[in-house]
Design a protein around this ligand. Structure first.
Ligand SMILES: NC(=O)c1ccc[n+]([C@@H]2O[C@H](COP(=O)([O-])OP(=O)(O)OC[C@H]3O[C@@H](n4cnc5c(N)ncnc54)[C@H](O)[C@@H]3O)[C@@H](O)[C@H]2O)c1
Length: 268
């Protein structure tokens, strides 16, 4: 019996990066997962790999989903319930960096597209998870990906920062509505993490990205997708049964101090 035995979780954006690490961890711990993503080929590969590794043929399944499309999001959750039983959790991990550059030069179409994936997508995931959990009477858990850009300025592009602040706000707001139903709503706020999304910023050079993140990390280590997945699994699990409306910052302490203070420096 694993920690996630009996759990049924839809991971939006589960074909890559942080979402993929969550999918792998849930299956490893005995849960059932729907990978809801745009990447059909990667999703199918992951399903095949997971059934081989876990020895359970239906540990995971793929549902092609565009998180900006309400019908797709609802259908992914319906498929999870039809295949595995009542939904116990979702993770909103679909994402892109989105539009970058000065505010004065930001095209409104690019702003809308970025907000659709990072904010509307999270709204739709939470809306349909809440419906499903309320209908089945399940005391489920919802976890969304915010970012350190969701708790401070200057940690990401403008539109990304706005969307991630929105994720933190919606998490708090919906948590207060759903608490009486026993449904918990939380977020995680990672700093820079080694994934295909951030590797796109170094032209796909993972080693360069890792060195860059290591150099900027107060703990002297780069954040891996698994480090973020560990926080997400905790919030999904029964161990977090008393935690809701919370945003768990996972950033090696970067946001705890705006300035590198000299007060704590070690003397040789
Ligand atoms: N990597 C980081 O440094 C970092 C830091 C903080 C927060 N985050 C957030 O974590 C989440 C996951 O990011 P990641 O780094 O793992 O990225 P990633 O690119 O590795 O994975 C994102 C996944 O989302 C999917 N996706 C994109 N648009 C979609 C859509 N419209 N519908 C369905 N799926 C879609 C992609 O196909 C991909 O599989 C994002 O919300 C991101 O903003 C990442």
């Amino acid at each position: 019996m694993g920690r996630f035995s009996g759990h049924v979780v839809v991971v939006f954006g589960g074909a890559s990066g942080i979402g993929e690490a969550v999918v792998r961890a849930i299956v490893r711990e005995g849960g059932r997962v729907v990978i809801a993503d745009l990447q059909d080929e990667r999703g199918a590969q992951l399903v095949a790999e997971l059934s081989a590794v876990s020895g359970v043929s239906d540990a995971a399944l793929f549902h092609r989903t565009d998180v900006t499309c309400e019908d797709d999001v609802a259908a992914a959750i319906e498929q999870a319930e039809a295949a595995f039983g009542p939904l116990t959790g979702i993770v909103n991990s679909a994402g892109i960096v989105g539009v970058i550059g000065p505010i004065a030069d930001t095209p409104v179409e690019a702003f809308d597209r970025t907000m659709a994936i990072l904010a509307r997508g999270v709204f739709l995931g939470i809306k349909h998870a809440a419906r499903a959990m309320e209908a089945s009477g399940t005391r489920g858990a919802i976890v969304s990906l915010a970012s350190t850009a969701g708790v401070l300025g200057g940690q990401g592009p403008h539109t990304y920062t706005m969307a991630k602040h929105g994720v933190v706000g919606l998490t708090r707001s919906v948590a207060s509505e759903l608490s009486p139903l026993g449904i918990r709503v939380n977020a995680v706020a990672p700093g820079g993490t080694v994934t295909p999304m951030t590797a796109s910023l170094t032209g796909g050079d993972v080693q360069l990205l890792t060195e860059f993140l290591t150099a900027g990390s107060p703990l002297g280590i780069a954040c891996l997708a698994e480090d973020v997945a560990n926080g997400i699994l905790f919030l999904l699990s029964d161990e977090a049964r008393f935690i809701t409306g919370h945003t768990l910052v996972i950033d090696a302490g970067i946001t705890t101090s705006l300035l590198q203070t000299t007060f704590h420096q070690r003397s040789e």
